[in-house]
Design a protein around this ligand. Structure first.
Ligand code: BGC
Length: 716
């Protein structure tokens, strides 16, 4: 619908709406049982008291809810039908943290697109994704849902996912996207979910806000406010955040939705003494839709009639909700072509599964591979597959698995058996459960390990140990899994450790003693095939860590883009920033990941050694695959601003590229550093590019690379 026509429609509806109908548009409620709207809820829809549902899914239930809205309510306004389509609807793709390990934004766009297609055919029109929270603390279970610790990588994935969900035109195969949780939700102190962050405005702007800005620039239709507070103001009531920054500075014109019961929680935060006061605070702050508190719908009319809340404020919020509906085309096509036949036709298609397998293969990170233990060659005639996650069907789906079905999952064991060459004997023993305290199953596992040429040990976390409300206070392997690993290693049979988990795990013993380690996170329905592709060498690992892996919990928070301090660590000076009992480095740095090929970097060249503050610097570097297998290297470019008016990160990612290279092939690639990547928020919170010298690094991780220098000079 053209913009003018849309505005006329919105105005004419607003003119005709009662106050109750207006507040109804701001009311977002959760489905009853089995993903359907209950009779009582449909009665509210008929009265115009509901603007949208979350969790009503499936072509038939969504059709019924939508039909009641557009045929039986007075103004016939269609519903927003939201759902958490995070990394798939029925075809479950790798969790977002895993997908970020691919550094392949096109892949993220593709999986978001595929997920949207399935969900849209089931009548959903709005997703509560992407989660774009930067996470620097692996205790926080929701680290699994985002792109890791880096604002640049996070912004690239935020934009890609928005484009994937929404497509170019927000057509019938697409969903309205929601960048969440605004803001600094991932900075929860102690990694404890919902906890208060202590974050300066500077860090907020430099680290936590950029992915939201990127999502908005990519066209995200909505933003979800976070549960947490910042500086004493809960986000749901934070006018500075939701209005001054989001709408004022950034020009966001979309819809802001609360998180689940977050309006009501303003009382628990202690900033509102009653539901009505909570509603008034949130609405005035710029929060348009109230998810599941029913405070706007139930308590605000009295305040508006009494003059405590201006009706114009309500109208503004309603306008934004109606515009979102218009943007989705709901006034003309409320069902957006969703029906059971289309739903069946697009669900879990071979194409979607193929995409899941490819992306899962790219997401796997090879952390260690001593003496080229992997890939498994013809000498591996007897393979022992050990561990509680090897034959698990639920866990590979990871948190937020929407309509994912464990029956769709290819387990690691099944994948390995399917791929093992004829004549190879694959034996399996669980050894223990993930949280077991008993070692009773060890004997069987050790028995098969002793009879094998290699032991593939699959350990980690269960599906529900990450995600919302799933923070952990330790970063080791739960239960007796570490003991199992050590016992298998003591048999003398070489071990390939396959990790399945939703957060970085600190496993120093394994890093030292286990010859091969493969991080798979949670890879979704094609887990087993993707793991087999990697272990047998059909796919060469190319994933790189989107997050730092600590040596121990005591190092947390540890992230690569820290500032230098006045006393950076030094081996020769005791009075520097360090622990007495740990090296200063992490177990594995951000950006790290191995390949079965070897890559050499050479000839780092800059397009200039001096650029103006508005210029883009081009960085050329040659990568050579010195190995005998084709592989893909993720080339990473970082900068360090040597002297600035505020302290700068020791390194900061500014660009990256996946570069496929055949055996012995060389390629010179060009990456670029636009001025905004060199900028900073100064003392007055103004974004500026300051003149001065920068270091630039090009390499395979945040801890390595070739380097050069260039100068930024003031423009006349
Ligand atoms: C989560 C959100 C989610 C919402 C709706 C909340 O508990 O924090 O991320 O979108 O529930 O399911």
């Amino acid at each position: 619908m053209p913009r003018d026509a849309r505005e006329r429609l919105v105005d004419s509806l607003l003119e005709r709406m009662t106050l109750e109908e207006k507040l109804g548009q701001l009311n977002l409620i959760a489905a009853g049982e089995h993903g359907t709207a209950s009779a009582a809820q449909l009665a509210l829809v008929r009265q115009g008291r509901v603007g949208g549902f979350l969790g009503v899914v499936g072509a038939t239930p969504t059709h019924e809810a939508q039909r009641v809205a557009v045929e039986e309510s007075r103004l016939k306004i269609p519903l927003l039908l939201g759902y958490d389509v995070i990394h798939g609807y029925r075809t479950i793709f790798p969790i977002p943290l895993a997908e970020a390990s691919s550094w392949d934004t096109a892949a993220a766009r593709a999986t978001a697109g595929a997920a949207a297609r399935e969900a849209a055919a089931a009548g959903v029109n709005w997703t509560y994704a992407p989660m774009v929270d930067i996470a620097r603390d692996p205790r926080w279970g929701r680290i699994a849902e985002g792109a890791g610790e880096d604002p640049e990588l996070g912004s690239a994935f935020a934009a890609a996912r928005v484009r994937g969900f929404q497509g170019d035109t927000l057509g019938f195969d697409n969903l309205l996207a929601t960048a969440k949780h605004f803001a600094a939700y991932g900075a929860a102190e102690g990694g404890r979910d919902y906890n208060t962050p202590e974050v300066s405005e500077h860090t907020l702007r430099e680290v936590y806000l950029p992915p939201f800005h990127a999502a908005i620039t990519a066209g995200a239709g909505s933003i979800m406010a976070s549960f947490n507070e910042i500086g004493g103001i809960p986000s749901s009531a934070n006018r500075w955040l939701l209005t001054t920054v989001l709408r004022g500075e950034w020009g966001f014109s979309g819809l802001v939705v609360s998180d689940w019961t977050a309006v009501k929680e303003l009382q628990a935060h202690g900033v509102a003494g009653s539901p009505a006061a909570a509603g008034a605070l949130a609405l005035r702050a710029g929060l348009d839709m109230d998810m599941q508190s029913s405070i706007y719908a139930d308590d605000l009319a009295t305040l508006v009639r009494g003059g405590a809340v201006a009706e114009a404020t309500v109208d503004d919020a309603v306008r934004r909700v109606l515009r979102a509906k218009a943007r989705l085309g709901l006034f003309d096509h409320p069902y957006r072509g969703a029906d059971p036949a289309r739903e069946r036709a697009v669900t879990l298609t071979p194409d979607a599964r193929r995409l899941a397998r490819t992306v899962a293969g790219e997401a796997i990170v090879l952390l260690k591979n001593d003496r080229a233990l992997l890939p498994l060659g013809s000498q591996a005639r007897h393979v022992a597959v050990i561990g509680p996650l090897a034959d698990s069907r639920n866990d590979p789906l990871g948190p937020w698995d929407a309509l994912g079905d464990s029956g769709d999952v290819v387990t690691v064991l099944a994948g390995l058996k399917a791929r093992a060459p004829r004549g190879t004997v694959v034996r399996y023993a669980r050894g223990c459960h993930v949280t077991d305290t008993s070692t009773a199953g060890f004997a069987e596992a050790l028995g098969i390990a002793r009879r094998s040429d290699i032991a593939v040990v699959v350990l980690g976390e269960t599906q529900d140990m990450s995600g919302e409300a799933s923070s952990r206070s330790t970063l080791g392997l739960p239960g007796v899994q570490e003991q199992l690993l050590e016992a298998v290693a003591r048999t003398g049979t070489p071990v390939a450790l396959v990790l399945m988990n939703g957060r970085p795990l600190a496993l120093p013993w394994a890093a030292e003693h286990v010859p091969a380690i493969v991080e798979t996170w949670f890879l979704g329905v094609e887990t087993g095939h993707a793991v087999a592709d990697i272990l047998f060498g059909d796919v060469n690992p190319s994933g790189k860590l989107p997050v730092t892996v600590p040596r121990s919990l005591g190092q947390v928070p540890i992230y690569y883009n820290h500032t230098n301090t006045g006393r950076p660590w030094s081996a020769t000076d005791h009075f520097t920033s360090q622990y007495l009992d740990l090296p200063p480095t992490p177990l594995y740095p951000f950006g790290y990941g191995l390949s079965y090929a070897q890559f050499r970097y050479s000839d780092l060249r800059l397009s200039a050694t001096q650029i103006g503050t508005r210029d883009t610097l081009r960085v050329r570097v040659t990568i050579t695959n010195t190995g005998t297998r084709a592989g893909t290297e993720v080339v990473q470019v970082y900068v360090h601003d040597e002297v600035a008016s505020v302290t700068r990160p020791v390194r900061q990612l500014v660009d990256f590229r996946r570069v496929p290279l055949g055996p012995r092939e060389s390629q010179t690639v060009e990456l670029s550093i636009p001025p905004r990547r060199l900028g900073l928020y100064d003392e007055d919170m103004k974004f500026v590019v300051e003149p001065g010298w920068f270091h630039v690094y090009a390499g395979p991780s945040s801890a390595e690379g070739l380097d050069a220098r260039f100068e930024v000079v003031a423009e006349n």
